[in-house]
Design a protein around this ligand. Structure first.
Ligand code: CU
Length: 345
């Protein structure tokens, strides 16, 4: 193990970006340490060289004392110094920005899983309609994208071994992605103080080899949006007695129940609101703000605050569903919208 890794007491590197991030971390620490040492050495040297000494003028101003040289670096040397420091700053910025983008934007084709945080637990819903509580099952060597929201206060999804941390907010969707490189079990912590039992708000990521992951998916209990099983999702291994629905199918039922389909069509025909056919993943024109990509965050915002961004040509008819459509239902609706888009390339 790298001595810096040990010195900084970092957890093992279990995700594809962990190594890169740690390298950046070491780089920053080494450069700042180097800078600190250089400044201390110069200071110590000056302290000695310009010490108060009998016969060297005592309290007369330094420039007038005998035996002192005036000036320091030559003019070009000063510019080199300034240019060098600026160059260092720009280099860090470029490296950091590129890494930041790679860390934030999930690769295309990532496996998507919905995460709901609440005081004081984590729930996970998979697109095939299964759900687990407290344990997140993911495949290894495949990017996994989490679409996260909260049912109450702000939480934060933190997996130290993946070097991943993202706030989770009520009525909004935030995303995070990672790719696990080692099969194993990893700890999830809540990294945002969220009330009395914050410190016990833990979960586990179980990363399985691809084949085992496929097998376990088939055995997972199903989500049931209509019944009590969904409100308190089934514990792993305990099957829901209700009928089996995919998350998208649950989303269709949810949309119908909330009356969305009174204004939105799903076959492409125009109505009071924009059609949902092909909507997800497209760009739509917004009054006075160019256009915007329809993703999970935009759909959620449209439901909670419909007039925040108005689709050009439509009237402000849509009511806010804040407090009416909960986090789980939001996930299901998003999955339903997604299914309507895959049908129309
Ligand atoms: Cu929390």
């Amino acid at each position: 193990v790298n001595p810096l890794h040990r010195m900084l007491n970092l957890p093992p590197q279990a995700s594809s970006v962990a190594r890169e991030l740690d390298a950046l971390h070491y780089f920053v620490i080494l450069v700042t340490m180097g800078g600190a040492v250089a400044v201390s050495l110069v200071a110590a040297y000056f302290l000695f060289k310009y010490r108060r000494e009998a016969g060297r003028g005592g309290n007369t101003p330094p420039d007038d004392r005998p035996g002192y040289t005036k000036g320091g670096l030559p003019y070009w040397g000063e510019w080199l110094m300034v240019g060098g420091l600026l160059g260092l700053f720009v280099m860090w910025w470029v490296l950091g920005y590129r890494q930041y983008v790679r860390l934030r934007v999930a690769p295309a084709g990532a496996t998507e899983i919905y995460v709901t945080a609440k005081q004081w637990m984590w729930e996970f819903a998979y697109p095939d309609g299964t759900a687990t509580s407290g344990v997140l099952y993911v495949p290894t060597h495949r990017p996994v994208k989490l679409l996260m929201t909260s049912r109450d206060v702000i939480h934060s999804f933190f997996v130290p071994q993946f070097r991943v941390k993202q706030d989770v907010l009520p009525e909004r969707i935030t995303e995070v992605w990672f790719e696990v490189v080692e099969p194993g079990t990893y700890e999830v912590l809540c990294a945002e103080y969220c009330g009395t039992n914050h410190s016990t708000m833990r979960a586990m990521v179980v990363a399985l080899p691809e084949s085992e992951f496929a097998r376990m998916v088939a055995d997972r209990p199903r989500v049931d949006l209509a019944g009590p099983m969904y409100r308190e999702p089934a514990v792993v291994g305990q099957a829901s007695p209700r009928q089996r629905l995919t998350l998208a199918a649950a989303g269709e039922a949810t949309a119908a129940r909330h009356g969305c389909l009174k204004c939105h069509t799903t076959d492409g025909s125009p109505h009071l609101g924009p059609t949902w056919r092909g909507l997800y993943g497209s760009r739509v024109p917004i009054d006075g703000a160019g256009d915007v990509l329809v993703d999970a965050a935009y759909v959620t915002e449209s439901m909670m605050d419909p007039e925040a961004k108005m689709h050009t040509g439509f009237k402000p008819l849509m009511p806010s569903f804040r407090g009416q459509v909960d986090a789980a239902e939001t996930a299901a609706i998003i999955e339903y919208l997604k299914s309507l888009s895959e049908a129309t390339p």
